[in-house]
Design a protein around this ligand. Structure first.
Ligand SMILES: NC(=O)c1ccc[n+]([C@@H]2O[C@H](COP(=O)([O-])OP(=O)(O)OC[C@H]3O[C@@H](n4cnc5c(N)ncnc54)[C@H](O)[C@@H]3O)[C@@H](O)[C@H]2O)c1
Ligand SMILES: O=c1ccn([C@@H]2O[C@H](COP(=O)(O)OP(=O)(O)O[C@H]3O[C@H](CO)[C@@H](O)[C@H](O)[C@H]3O)[C@@H](O)[C@H]2O)c(=O)[nH]1
Length: 404
């Protein structure tokens, strides 16, 4: 029976074996429903088709690389709430164990039992092997990677080693243990400076820096692997600009050092850790001269991963497919400052500066493909993003650390 898991409708049944008397949910091929029904009746067990949600299908086990990081922690909360069992591997290069403890606190003691954490580095194949050798994973969500554009320009080898070698090790181990479903964290950076907006998934791709090149190469690698071995199912999620935090204010983004990105920077100005925000570029051909991006609430992004997993489990023809995760709306830097001031009641002093080299003028997503094929659409707007970012900042002015 189990050979047909992960295809077709959901079936909930009382275990067929007296040794395990609890209820089970599994996904099965339509053709074997009749067989299953007959067997259940014969053993006087209950049998209900489509009686439970996908997320509650028994203990689908997901490996989340980089799960202690910003997007990882928010996604893990949602995965646990949806009934998945989650294993995190993270080397804590850009995160702290406290973030994982807060995830446990948020989901409560029962769901926490379904979460385990391993400190490990994807560059060491042995660290990945250890996990796969002791348990089966249905799919992997692969967040682990370095993401600072400026640092990648100064030290490209670190980026190629970490992002490329780490991911290749992961694919090798997944193949060895026959786990061939992956959701990969790609980025809108693969569109470079797009010639048209909104960005559509079939646009020509080009990277503008070594970090962007790692994402582009990894998209190509994913496509080649899937082309060669058609049983792989890989979803490439191209995130636009993730911001905001969990509504509880218990988890959020906590970059080490001076933030590179707009919202963490604004947040640190608001709590008094930095004196003012440098606004890079005031002469762009945009509504107010500042650059435009598609900011997306991290909880929407987290839900996008659940939608992508569902797609992987449900669609044997998915192959290797890319989806944009954005809102489809562009917001300028100055508009973002105003929205944050409104949400926080704090004045954000700004300094108008020259453009930041390598920055695109205006980027936002076409969201049609994700809406149509993943059934996912962002719920939150800029006001909610700023509200939740401020709630996190106000409650944790020094992030996960205590004030130094
Ligand atoms: N945040 C963004 O603006 C953004 C936008 C587009 C794409 N992405 C991509 O999404 C992913 C997650 O981003 P994030 O914002 O949560 O970043 P993050 O730095 O907060 O999280 C990444 C996590 O991966 C871990 N990690 C890095 N290298 C590792 C390795 N070799 N082995 C094990 N763990 C490792 C880090 O310690 C960290 O906890 C990254 O791949 C990033 O490139 C992020
Ligand atoms: O202190 C700052 C920081 C940023 N900006 C501007 O704000 C905009 C957004 O910048 P940022 O938050 O750094 O995002 P992006 O440059 O759009 O890049 C982010 O979004 C990409 C697409 O998802 C990811 O690939 C990158 O890793 C991630 O850094 C840009 O115009 C910046 O010049 C400022 O004016 N002042």
């Amino acid at each position: 029976m189990t050979k047909n898991i992960n295809i077709g409708p959901l079936v909930r049944l009382q275990s067929l074996t007296p040794r395990s008397p609890w209820h089970q949910c599994l996904r099965t091929n339509t053709n074997c429903l009749h067989e299953l029904e007959t067997e259940c009746k014969r053993k006087n067990r209950s049998f209900l088709v489509g009686s439970c949600e996908m997320g509650s299908s028994v203990e689908q086990s997901i490996l989340v690389t980089g799960g202690a990081g910003f997007i990882g922690t928010h996604t893990v909360v949602q995965l646990l709430k949806e009934g998945f069992k989650v294993s995190i591997i993270d080397n804590l290069d850009n995160s702290v164990i406290e973030a994982v403890e807060r995830v446990r606190e948020l989901v409560g003691p029962d769901l926490s039992k379904k979460l385990d954490f391993t400190e490990g580095d994807l560059r060491n194949k042995g660290d990945i092997e250890k996990l796969f050798s002791k348990q089966r994973f249905d799919a992997v969500i692969h967040f682990a990677g370095l993401k600072a554009v400026g640092e990648s320009v100064v030290n490209p080898r670190r980026y190629f080693d970490n992002n490329l070698v780490g991911t290749i090790n992961l694919y090798e181990t997944m193949a060895k243990y026959n786990c061939k479903m992956m959701v990969f964290s790609s980025s809108a950076t693969v569109y470079g400076q797009p010639e048209k907006i909104p960005c559509m998934e079939d646009f020509e791709l080009k990277a503008m820096n070594p970090y962007g090149r790692t994402k582009l190469f990894l998209e190509e690698i994913a496509k080649d692997i899937q082309r060669a071995e058609s049983e792989w199912r890989i979803v490439l999620l191209r995130y636009f600009n993730p911001v905001g935090a969990h509504e509880s204010g218990r988890i959020g983004e906590d970059p080490k050092g001076i933030p590179n990105n707009l919202m963490p920077y604004i947040q640190q100005v608001a709590v008094g850790r930095l004196p003012e925000l440098n606004v890079y570029g005031t002469d762009y051909p945009t509504k107010d001269g500042s650059a435009v991006r598609d900011y997306i609430h991290v909880m929407d992004l987290a839900d996008g991963h659940i939608a992508a997993l569902r797609k992987l489990f449900d669609d044997p023809k998915i192959g290797c497919t890319a989806y944009n995760l954005g809102t489809g709306r562009g917001t300028s830097v100055l508009e973002m400052v105003t929205a944050f001031e409104k949400a926080s009641g704090k004045k954000i002093p700004i300094k108008l500066c020259a453009r930041r080299p390598g920055d695109a003028t205006e980027v936002y997503a076409s969201t049609e493909k994700a809406e149509k094929e993943l059934g996912w659409k962002a719920k939150y707007g800029v006001d909610e993003m700023c509200r939740d970012q401020w709630n996190w900042a106000n409650n944790n002015p020094w992030g996960y650390q205590k004030k130094p």
